[in-house]
Design a protein around this ligand. Sequence first.
Ligand code: AVI
Length: 351
Amino acid sequence: MKTQWEIPEIGLKVAKRDSGGYLAAKGVAMPPGVPRSVPAPPGVRDFAGAVALGLNDAPRWLPARFLYDAAGSALFERICELPEYYLTRTEAGILTRAAPEIRKLTGPVTLIELGSGSATKTDHLLRAYSEDADSVRYVPVDVSSSILRAAAERIEDQFPGVKVDGLNGEYEAAFPLLAQYHPSLLLFLGSTLGNLNQAESVVFWRRVASAMPAGSHLLLGADLVKDPALLHAAYNDAAGVTAQFTLNLFARMNRELDAGLDLSRIAHEARWNAEWQRMEIFGRFLSTQRLRIRPLGLEITIRAGEHVMTEISRKFVLPRLTTYLGCFGFRLVRAFTDPRQWFAVLLLQKE
Ligand code: AVI
């Protein structure tokens, strides 16, 4: 029997031979009377489609957003604590010093945070915004429901004046809130912008700009171009946590797609691309492996020595970044940096 599968990334439909159904394929015994062909859950279907798309491209790649399942999100929290990973600490230092001034410049607003994670970096802002207000609304948006729940509980405990309205979903889910909660301050911290490539970045800023009412504020964290040795160390930490983070994406393929990969034959590799001003992160195949994408009934061979790009992390030059953002209608209100000029937090206003 033939069925159709969609690759949502590009709206493509693929004919697929029925391989016995997702649960049966996973070795789960099917109760009598239940049809053998049971579609994979939507999250797994999205993942399968995205993996099929990226691995059949040249060069091969995987979409970075799938790095953040529960295991990946927990690993990222550990990365933020690493001595070599200066980003989180440097941004937190800037926010500690700048929060009262940011509060003064925006006036009272609803704080909406894209990719909030554990939201500890937001504490300085929440403190400043709740100090002289009866209540402040904070809307964290994250794909991980467990991290979101934990963050909401922690913040409501720690800041009684803050009302948390968490939103579990991708960034797009937050865009309609910008008009609903006007005046708002949209937080896009941690240099997450760096994980979008040029095309994704243009689409992202166009959508943010069109959803944002004039006069709304944006607070953007951006990691700056610096000595490549510092960047290399930050993405190749001695404890190997970043390597685990990269390999978790392949482990997730084993868990959810029954890929059958030998993870011990895939190495994490992170290198600086000077021309593109970005760190590029890969899984490098140490031996040839044939992997399955069970929900789609596909198999792909990846040869020894091939690289699969899992992530980019772009680094920015301040005047160029502010001019770029100006092209989308964001006017720079104030730029805050650290004494070493490693990281910048930009307060912008939509014209
Ligand atoms: C989430 N993002 C900003 C991190 C970064 O630095 O690009 C993700 C990361 N990947 C490896 N280490 C950290």
